[in-house]
Design a protein around this ligand. Structure first.
Ligand SMILES: Nc1ncnc2c1ncn2[C@@H]1O[C@H](COP(=O)(O)OP(=O)(O)OP(=O)(O)O)[C@@H](O)[C@H]1O
Ligand SMILES: [Mg+2]
Length: 474
């Protein structure tokens, strides 16, 4: 700011008048009464007027500069600087210092408020659960990152598609009404059908007084889709397991009653029934073994195995053990095994279980009189995009059977899932084999790929990490 700040003329004249009025009037009276000679009187008048003018100019100038400084500070929303010019009246300088101090304090306070606001925003933004802030008319004002992801709503003001659907949901709308009417938080469960079905718990918290941005309601959502799915799966699992056990048990009880009653003396019937009973008991035993296996594998799934396995040798031994089943189906097992390649870290017993389950399936559900081809080879990194790009071992079990309809493939590894329930059950299947395979492969941080074409057969491939010293035999 320069020393020649504009001094308003009118204000200056008024101030001159104010300062000089009394002495000038007094001098004029003295002159009029003859107490003061005209010459010295005129000199005194001139001196008084000039002095009044000087004082007024200084005062008004100071004030104008102070006002100008304040105006600039307000316009630029910046700090206030004491006008750095002389001469500054001491009282004005004090005012200026006071104002500067006050301005600094205000700026500090504003900075602090800004920091707090940014911290609050960061917390809300970073909350793992979706959060919406609604205006009194229930339009969304804000949504945090989780809410934007959930609703895929970049632009809330444009109606926000899914957010709008959520807010129209009768259950949520009712809870919002109650929250506003009662002034108390509300919690409701709701299911959103689109774009993917989601189970949500919504908590609606009324804000009284409203938030600084006008927000009147905060809606907090927790996505319970996963938990609900797990609950449903658990319930299904228990229902399935008890159903699978109850069926053979009911048949055992039925035969026992028959043998005690009507068939007591019928030797032929007894032999036949005992055969069926043995089969049913065997089925129950297998089911219990599989269930125990599955829960054991699940318990250790997060601990990677520590040993090593030679899938080639393992497959050879398992194929030999399955010869009777192959003969029964008049099927041929063709082996193409690289017996030097080792998998590690791997659990040899579990690798054997994988090979057994896959070969058994290929024999059972493949073509009668068909061929089951089993290969163990080093996996070429980059060969299949679905496989890891690390050194690995690939176990392939292919059959030339009827194949698996496309829609069933993603569900094959679910417990108790069978494509053709009647056929699988009559083939002795419990529907747990591939679930066990999947969990073993997961534990090995491996990959299971299932490809099938109806009418042409199925190919099951298991990728396992290869041992670093792969060629060594052991
Ligand atoms: N190679 C295959 N060809 C056609 N269908 C198959 C094949 N392998 C599996 N399936 C289908 O997948 C279902 C699930 O297989 P999974 O091995 O999990 O159970 P399962 O063989 O019925 O019983 P388990 O193996 O426990 O004795 C089978 O019931 C069958 O319908
Ligand atoms: Mg099976």
């Amino acid at each position: 700011m320069s020393g020649s700040a504009p001094v308003p003329l009118g204000a200056m004249l008024r101030a001159t008048l104010l300062v000089g009025a009394v002495p000038i009037l007094l001098l004029l009276l003295l002159m009029a009464g003859g107490w003061l000679a005209p010459a010295p009187g005129a000199a005194a008048l001139l001196a008084t007027t000039l002095a009044a003018l000087a004082v007024a100019r200084l005062w008004i100038g100071n004030m104008a500069r102070l006002a100008e400084g304040l105006r600039r500070a307000a316009e630029a929303d910046s700090g206030f600087d004491r006008p750095a010019l002389a001469p500054l009246l001491p009282s004005v300088a004090e005012i200026a210092d006071g104002v500067a101090l006050l301005a600094r304090r205000l700026a500090d306070r504003a900075e602090q408020v800004g920091r707090l606001q940014r911290a609050d925003q960061a917390i809300v933004e970073g909350l793992p659960d979706p959060l919406l802030v609604l205006a009194p008319d229930r339009t969304p004002l804000r949504a945090n990152a989780a809410a934007r992801t959930l609703f895929d709503a970049g632009n809330l003001s444009a109606g926000g598609g899914d957010v709008a659907a959520l807010l129209r949901h009768p259950v949520l709308a009712g809870a919002v009404d109650r929250a506003l009417a009662e002034g108390r938080p509300q919690a409701v469960d709701l299911t959103l059908p689109v774009p993917v079905a989601r189970d949500l718990v919504a908590r609606i918290v009324p804000m009284d007084p409203p938030l600084a941005d006008g927000g009147r309601l905060v809606v907090l959502l927790s996505d319970r889709t996963r938990e609900r799915a797990v609950e449903r799966m658990r319930a299904d699992f228990v229902a399935n397991a008890s159903h699978e056990l109850r069926t053979p048990l009911a048949s055992l009880i039925g035969f026992i009653e028959t043998l005690r009653g009507p068939a007591e003396d019928d030797k032929a019937a007894r032999t036949r029934f005992l055969g069926i009973m043995a089969e049913q008991s065997e089925r129950m035993r297998r089911l219990i073994d599989d269930l125990l296996d599955l829960s054991r594998i699940e318990l250790t799934e997060h601990q990677p195995p520590t040993g090593r396995a030679l899938p080639g040798a393992i497959v050879r031994a398992e194929a030999a053990a399955l010869e009777p089943l192959a003969r029964g189906r008049e099927a041929t097992i063709r082996l193409d095994l690289d017996e030097a390649v080792a998998a590690a870290p791997a659990d040899a017993e579990q690798v054997a279980q994988v090979a057994r389950n896959l070969m058994e399936n290929a024999l059972r559900y493949g073509r009668e009189g068909g061929t089951v081809s089993v290969a163990v080879a080093r996996a070429e990194p980059g060969g299949d995009r679905r496989l890891p790009a690390r050194p690995g071992v690939l176990l392939t079990v292919a059959d030339d059977g009827p194949g698996i309809p496309r829609e069933h493939i993603p569900r094959l590894t679910e417990r108790f899932y069978r494509v053709d329930k009647g056929r699988a059950r009559s083939a002795g299947g419990t529907g747990l084999g591939l679930a066990i395979v999947k969990h073993i492969v997961n534990r090995h941080r491996g990959v299971l790929l299932i490809d099938s074409r109806e009418g042409e057969g199925s190919v099951f491939r298991v990728w396992l990490p290869a041992a670093a010293d792969a060629p060594a035999a052991g």
